[in-house]
Design a binder for this molecule. Structure first.
Ligand code: GCO
Length: 482
């Protein structure tokens, strides 16, 4: 028996998110989200960009399904805009049938092409109505009930055909960028000079708990009322870099690297997958700023069986111990983060974005660590990069993307090694992203797509990597593990 480098039923495809591609923000009854407000209130915060038009996917989704089909994708991960389905967001607010119909057309179009829809319920575009009504994610008790109702509507309306669900995308980013640095919507921060409201010492931790409980309620609802007939699976997508100790011989740096990952991942994964309190190092450092889980919270957490770990992985860093937390960034733990190359120890090759170095070797360690800690099948729900200099390239230059091809190949090889040599269960891979799109507060500069988007004409042109991912995967399914 030979073991293939990637398993025969390996799921794979491309990923996107609603606000980054859809446009049509005021069409067919869609309500505003916190991202609409954020982009328009202070355009300088997003380099003048907004999602009003984005890739105009709302009107061009059929063309985008054609692209997926041409690329041979087995699956497509997209997110639903909550405020298209329930414009005001709340559990007693009316549904918007036109919004539901849009996602039905998309789902049916994918299935007609043999492409499996993977649906993210929440990729950062909270209905503005909920933020205005009670503070959105800041109100733990209210939002979990509203999120559960929204999730139920999606299961009821789409669950006959959608079998793969992701509740939340990167709750860490929502909490830290939204409520600590203020670099993402709703932009609350007491450390960012551009912000006039917010408390970075408490709000990230409150909104973290709100997201954990919302996830758990949606999963518990699925388990009880939908799973028996719909027979799907449900997970969550967590971000988190891998951290190496700056000095591999220094115990304090080793602990710092571990602590950094606990602050990034354990924050959510401990309650969700282990059904435990937050990591101890977080309690020690944050004390009462970190909300408690009550016994009734734990009942909900225990009732929610999350099927898989969605991993969004882009890069890795070094961690160096600090005696005291850095003033404005105590959310990282007592750690200095270093991405610069240490002499003789390169963290990785530079990409087209300052925070993203290609670190495929550390990806293998990351996968193996996460699988060992949480014991659930892993799906890579995002992985990708902008190529060096790509933001300045013409279409003709950008569609030739050897850097991205190499990035995909090396990361697929790390997956293969983690499966075959370390015993991890890794069941799928989604490249970020199907299209160049709105990179949040970085605007339309960074191009993560395997498809070039011309933002004047909205014309799409496949890059070389788009057409090669299929063969990269099938070749690995055909060869013996190295
Ligand atoms: C993310 C986001 C994406 C980004 C991507 C590149 O989940 O972080 O899902 O929306 O575009 O990560 O920064």
């Amino acid at each position: 028996m030979t073991t293939p480098a990637l398993p025969p039923n390996f799921e794979w495809g491309f990923a996107t998110a609603s606000y980054q591609i859809e446009g049509a923000v005021a069409e067919d009854g869609r309500g505003k989200s916190i991202w609409d407000t954020y982009c328009h209130l202070e355009p300088t915060r997003t380099k003048g960009a907004n999602g009003d038009v984005a890739c105009d996917h709302y009107h061009r989704f059929e063309q985008d399904i054609e692209l997926l089909s041409k690329y041979g994708a087995k699956a497509y991960r997209f997110s639903i805009s909550w405020s298209r389905i329930i414009p005001l967001g709340g559990r007693n607010d009316p549904l918007n049938e036109a919004g539901i119909a849009f996602y039905n057309r998309l789902i049916d179009g994918l299935l007609a092409r043999g492409i499996t829809p993977w649906v993210t319920l929440y990729h950062w575009d909270l209905p503005q109505g909920l933020h205005d009504r009670y503070g959105g994610w800041l109100n733990v008790d209210e939002i979990q009930l509203d999120f559960e109702r929204y999730a139920r509507v999606c299961f009821e309306r789409f669950g006959d055909r959608v079998k793969d669900w992701i509740t939340l995308n990167e709750p860490w980013i929502q909490s830290i960028f939204g409520y600590s640095t203020g670099g993402n919507a709703p932009g609350r921060s007491s450390t960012n000079k551009q912000s006039t409201e917010g408390d970075s010492t408490t709000e990230p931790w409150i909104t973290g708990k709100a997201q954990i409980m919302s996830h758990a309620r949606a999963v518990a609802a699925y388990d009880r009322d939908f799973r028996p007939s719909q027979k799907g699976k449900i997970g969550i997508s967590l971000n988190g870099d891998y951290y190496e100790p700056w000095d591999a011989n220094d115990e304090r740096d080793k602990e710092a690297a571990e602590r950094r990952m606990q602050f990034h991942i354990g924050w959510f994964a401990n309650p969700i997958f282990l059904k435990q309190d937050y990591p101890e190092c977080m309690r020690t450092q944050l004390g009462s700023r970190l909300p408690r889980f009550t016994e009734s919270d734990f009942e909900i957490l225990r009732a929610a069986e999350t099927d898989f770990y969605g991993m969004n992985y882009y890069t890795s860093q070094f961690a160096r111990h600090r005696e005291t937390p850095a003033p404005d960034t105590d959310y990282v733990g007592n750690v200095d983060e270093l991405q610069e190359n240490k002499e003789g120890l390169p963290v990785g090759e530079k990409s087209g974005l300052h925070w993203l170095r290609s670190c495929p070797g550390m990806f293998r360690k990351h996968l193996t660590r996460v699988y060992r800690l949480y014991g659930k099948p892993i799906y890579i729900t995002e992985n990708g990069c902008p190529c060096p200099g790509e933001d300045k390239m013409t279409r003709e230059e950008a569609i030739n993307d050897p850097y991205r091809i190499r990035y995909f190949e090396k990361h697929l090889d790390s997956i293969s090694k983690s499966i075959n040599e370390d015993g991890s269960v890794i069941s799928g891979y989604f490249a970020w992203s199907l299209l160049d799109n709105l990179e949040w507060s970085d605007g339309y500069g960074p191009r993560f797509g395997v498809t070039f988007t011309d933002y004047d004409t909205l014309e799409r042109t496949p890059k070389k990597s788009a057409l090669l991912l299929h063969s990269m995967i099938t070749e690995r399914q055909a060869v013996k593990a190295a």
